[in-house]
Design a protein around this ligand. Structure first.
Ligand code: C2O
Ligand code: CU
Length: 502
């Protein structure tokens, strides 16, 4: 439905654009594309792989010749990529040597409550932390704190192959902590997907897109960057309606260039940005055929491929596409563009097409079996309105009239039941549910949804004044989990809610 309407240009209607200071930015497409390192298990047994992750502050050369302080998982930005198999448990032993608490959430994971990264389930720094230091506006108490220094997160990986990602989820500070680097990819593989003749190996390419801005001294620009800040970010001003920057990073590299062969590639597109929406396109498009064949989304393979000339991506969403660079003449420079951006944010990365290469891949017309959730089985419909209000000169973000609190339950659901959840707002909010994947049922009352909506999802765009209806079956785990706006600054300002599965 709504493409690049007026309010969609320039990265969004009213998100705050942070411009980089007087720091040298590289020419677009001058730097080499990079894949984040893949983490190897420290040990493995018959059922489980054990990984060691240390979070710490370090410096990275993101801009050439400039050192930038980052919050890192294992020293890199983005953090290491996990490559795991369905059915094998991953235990991530995490040590927090940052100066601040962290909470790791596996986005898209069907993770039991104890390891899901509830916003107050803090992993305190090894250097210590005091209760007084983190009492602030939203009433966070020490309740829920489970660990000091080190802890393990256990992921059963009892789910189909999919492109997931992990990131910090600390109450009130997710935006600044992700902005500083606490995010990475988590790829689940399974036999079903491996058996398909899709591009693999070097031709399976992660494309994690994050926008950032830099201060003149090379540090990342984020107005509430002070980790000891005692007030809730954003409540005293208008600067935190969503942070967007003027530098596009792909896998942590500004506007990189990737040399590809004339063959099919799988691109795992991940919008890891705090608040920026993208509509990605290829320029030029191939002479024949659509540029993108969409094969998967948040929750893994679609039933059937979808041909698309552009893809709309809100923060948190993932799309797996196949692009056939064999359809271009050798030497062609193909730019991945963002039609919602302008200037430096209108271009993301570039592919330089080399010689035609042997290619035995294909895209089957049936990729997988995707069960359609049946609306007739829904036991109830719940409605959620997301709204921002000006109160006493401050912005307040609420779901159904209430800002997030740890003890309020917005939805009590029974394990195994299917429900319809409807979301409305007058402004953009990417909707994300933890734990159980959903399907888009209706948009604006119509069951004709976007091609991006056809598969299993955990994050979906909600467009202004367009009711978004989701079908979700809570058949994974019991416990208390959150759903929230995935504009991280909205989330930090309490646009988040609990659901409880019992
Ligand atoms: Cu990607 Cu609750 O977050
Ligand atoms: Cu929002």
């Amino acid at each position: 439905l709504p493409l690049a309407t007026g309010c969609d240009s320039g990265g969004g209607s009213d998100e705050g654009l942070i411009q980089s200071g007087d720091v040298p930015l590289p020419a677009r497409f001058s730097l080499a594309f990079k894949r984040p390192p893949v983490i190897k298990p420290a040990s493995s047994d018959g059922t489980t792989d054990y990984f060691d992750v240390r979070a710490y502050t370090t410096r990275a050369e993101i801009l050439p010749g400039v050192q930038t302080e980052i919050f890192s998982y294992n020293g890199t930005f983005p953090g290491p990529t996990f490559s795991v198999r369905k059915g094998r448990t991953a235990v991530v032993r995490t040590r927090n040597d940052l100066p601040v608490p962290l909470v790791t959430h596996l986005h898209g994971g069907k993770t039991p409550e104890a390891s899901d990264g509830y916003p107050t389930d803090l992993l305190l720094p090894t250097s210590g932390w005091t209760a007084a230091a983190h009492q602030h506006g939203s009433g966070l108490t020490m309740e829920g704190v489970t660990a000091e220094g080190t802890r393990s997160y256990t992921y059963p990986n009892a789910q189909r192959a999919a492109t997931l990602w992990y990131h910090d989820h600390r109450m009130d500070f997710t935006g600044p902590q992700v902005w500083r680097g606490l995010a990475g990819l988590y790829l689940v593989h399974d036999d079903e997907e491996d058996a398909l003749p899709l591009p693999k190996g070097d031709r399976d390419v992660p494309v994690m897109i994050m926008d950032r801005a830099f201060n003149s001294d090379g540090s990342l620009a984020y107005p509430s960057i002070d980790p000891t800040l005692k007030t809730t970010p954003g409540v005293t001003g208008d600067a935190h309606n969503g942070m967007t920057g003027d530098v596009i990073l792909v896998n942590g590299v500004p506007w990189p260039k990737l040399e590809v062969q004339g063959a099919r590639y799988r691109l795992r597109l991940v919008n890891g940005s705090n608040a920026r929406r993208y509509r990605v396109k290829l320029d030029p498009e191939p002479d024949a055929g659509e540029p993108f064949t969409l094969i998967g989304s948040d929750g893994g393979l679609l039933a059937r491929p979808q041909l698309m000339d552009s893809l709309y991506m809100v923060p948190g969403e993932r799309f797996d596409v196949v692009v056939d660079f064999g359809a271009y003449a050798p030497g062609t420079k193909v730019t991945l563009k963002n039609s919602l951006g302008d200037g430096s944010t209108a271009e993301l990365m570039q592919f330089v097409v080399g010689a035609k290469a042997a290619d035995d891949t294909s895209i089957p017309s049936t990729l997988s079996t995707v069960e359609r959730l049946d609306p007739a089985k829904a036991v109830r419909t719940r409605s959620f309105t997301l709204a921002r209000a000006r109160e006493d000169g401050h912005y307040v973000y609420k779901i159904n009239g209430n800002p997030f609190s740890t003890d309020r339950i917005w939805a009590d659901v029974k394990r195994g039941e299917t429900e319809i959840w409807e979301f409305t707002s007058t402004t953009h909010h990417p909707i994300h549910l933890h734990l159980s994947p959903f399907q888009v049922y209706k948009r604006g009352g119509s069951t004709t949804v976007n091609p991006e909506d056809v598969g299993w999802k955990d994050t979906a765009r909600m467009m202004p004044n367009e009711k978004l209806s989701l079908l979700v079956r809570f058949d994974d785990h019991t416990g208390k989990f959150v759903f929230h706006c995935h504009n991280l600054e909205h989330e930090d300002m309490a646009m988040m809610a609990n659901f409880r599965v019992s």
